[in-house]
Write a protein that binds this ligand. Structure first.
Ligand code: TXA
Ligand code: MG
Length: 319
């Protein structure tokens, strides 16, 4: 694809309205959410959606999330059941994406949902994202704003590093507070199924819904979905997990009170802090003075499930 000038602008009432106009014209705009920066395009416009896949170099069978400003806008795209309404009331705006049956009269591009008869929807908890979605007046498809397979962006600078020249505008709204992507929950099944752990924890979902299924890709006792552990979120350097003794040349990314760490996700062992730091620290350690990145063990509870999921993919064999 051809490179073009990308406008880089602090988020303001003016720049948000420019961004909304660009989206309505079918252009791509990166914007902050509470999880990571999204690469937005008009979800109802086949060309805009195709441009998102092209800019990221993303395999087209991987469907996109439609972002909307409120539950009323979601009602126009998908059929919400009681569980969906309960979840929306608790967690929207917030880092929860719901996969629901597409409405027959819904306008989301089939390319955005990769031809599925379901659509993933979410209401992000970020003032810039919400203002932009309201001003755009249509659902916005937005994967993380990074080249496919790489580390997700949690600052506007990260977006520019990966995608400059491949989109019309980057709205800078500072660093993302949550730092890992939204939780993706499939509600097209009788039992709600966790497809991707994220900012809303499995414990929170189970407290509200009771049973929630989770095809845990690293659990040796559960059936493995092919491709579940494909390399993703990967920095240039190899990544090694659950490390207590780093090898020569490895940069230790610590968690908790460990000694010898080059950077620490959270010295206090706080998982929210660790999630917020994760992608920025993987980027910062990805430099030629090291031969690899070694990561301290991180508990498999709460946000630890999402953090470990991203780290396992970062450490997975590169294709
Ligand atoms: O936090 C987030 O969710 C960020 C911000 C920008 O909102 N977005 C994001 O998008 O992470 P992306 O495209 O990187 O991840 C979307 C996930 C993928 O795992 C995709 O397979 C899944 O949602 N997904 C989307 N539509 C789906 C559908 N109809 N059925 C099942 N999974 C779906
Ligand atoms: Mg992504």
């Amino acid at each position: 694809m051809t490179l073009r000038d990308t406008i880089f602008s602090p988020a303001s009432a003016d720049s948000i309205s420019t961004a909304a106009e660009l989206l309505r014209q079918g252009q791509l705009v990166a914007f902050p959410t509470e999880t990571v920066y999204g690469l937005g395009g008009d979800a109802t416009d086949d060309h805009a959606v195709a441009a998102i896949f092209a800019a990221k170099n993303r395999p087209q069978f991987n469907p996109l999330i439609a972002h909307v400003p409120d539950i009323a806008a979601a009602e126009g795209l998908v059929r919400l059941d009681e569980r969906a309404r309960l979840l929306a009331a608790h967690f929207w705006p917030g880092p929860l994406t719901l996969v629901l049956p597409r409405r027959d009269d819904g306008t989301v591009s089939l390319l955005a949902s990769a031809g599925l008869d379901s659509i993933a929807v979410r209401v992000p908890d970020h003032p810039v994202a919400l203002a932009l979605l309201k001003a755009a007046g249509r659902p916005i498809a937005a994967p993380s704003a990074n080249p496919s397979g790489g580390v997700s962006p949690t600052t506007a600078r990260h977006v520019a590093e990966g995608l400059n020249g491949r989109l019309a505008m980057i709205l800078d709204g500072g660093a993302c507070a949550v730092g890992v992507e939204s939780t993706v929950l499939d509600l097209t099944t009788a039992t709600p199924t966790l497809l991707r752990p994220g900012g809303v924890t499995l414990e929170q979902l189970r407290a509200l819904l009771g049973e929630v299924a989770f095809a845990d890709a690293h659990d040796e006792t559960s059936p493995k979905s092919p491709g579940m552990l494909a390399s993703h979120y990967a920095p240039g350097l190899p990544v090694r997990l659950d490390v207590t003794e780093p090898q020569a040349g490895e940069a230790l990314l610590g968690f908790g009170p460990v000694s010898g760490a080059v950077m620490n996700l959270s010295e206090e062992g706080d998982l929210s802090q660790a999630a917020a730091h994760l992608f920025a620290m993987l980027r910062a350690l990805d430099r030629p003075d090291f031969q690899g990145i070694a990561v301290s063990p991180i508990p498999e509870t709460g946000l630890g499930l999402a953090i470990n999921d991203r780290l396992r993919r970062a450490a997975a064999p590169r294709g």
